[in-house]
Write a new protein. Structure first.
Length: 230
């Protein structure tokens, strides 16, 4: 019996549990959306309660997805499928995905992207990165978010800006967002940034490799997340 316990791959057990929790939370989010439609908020306090419920459920769901994705990436079960993509379509999908959340939190989202802009990347992985950052920014922004994309000398740059307080120094000073003991020891693993960093690194073109960059030079006065893809 002890040998059987020792042979258990707890990372696999954890991944399986996370998968089940993610599915259950997905059902919860759908039910919450139906309830909000059937019983719209009657006042500001009611609306705020809905906003908190939706945000927290969306945030947990996003983190579960990231945990599962990180496990699969670590075990080489996920590979980047690079294809030519219409960038504005990928951005618009994530805006639509988070429309309800942004509406209940009274956050305006501005989308700026040339409709002819093309890029070569894994649309599912990059879409997941954008979704996670948008969910997080919805919490810290005051009233407005800006999602944009443009071709730069460093590659295709997808930018998410907010009008919040900006990123803390420990995040700005981090040279990489890998799974270090320190990041977990201080209670701030930054799963979303770890996932974004891994996705960026999976995109290569000759000698160029994707990367992420954080700053507080947002045109809205808050934090700025940039994803560069070669």
């Amino acid at each position: 019996m002890n040998q059987e316990i020792q042979d258990i791959d707890f990372s696999f057990v954890l991944a399986s549990s996370v998968h089940d929790m993610k599915n259950s939370l997905g059902m919860l989010l759908n039910t919450l959306s139906e309830v909000m439609t059937q019983y719209p908020p009657q006042d500001d306090i009611h609306a705020k309660s809905y906003a908190v419920l939706e945000y927290e459920a969306a945030r947990i769901n996003s983190e579960l997805i990231q945990l599962l994705s990180l496990y699969r990436l670590e075990h080489d079960k996920v590979r980047a499928h690079i294809d030519e993509c219409m960038v504005v379509d990928i951005l618009s999908e994530q805006v639509a995905r988070n429309y309800g959340l942004l509406q209940t939190r009274a956050v305006e989202l501005v989308l700026e992207c040339d409709e002819t802009l093309m890029g070569y990347f894994d649309s599912d992985l990059v879409g997941g990165v954008i979704n996670n950052i948008l969910v997080n920014c919805a919490r810290y922004s005051k009233h407005k978010l800006k999602l944009s994309a443009a071709q730069t000398a460093e590659g295709l740059c997808i930018t998410i800006e907010d009008d919040g307080q900006g990123y803390p120094d420990d995040m700005l000073n981090a040279s990489t967002f890998s799974e270090t003991k320190a990041s977990f020891a201080n209670g701030r693993p930054h799963l979303g940034l770890m996932f974004a960093n891994k996705v960026a690194l999976m995109h290569r073109n000759k000698s160029q490799q994707g990367f992420i960059r954080l700053s507080n030079d947002s045109s809205l006065g808050g934090g700025c997340f940039r994803l560069f893809l070669p």
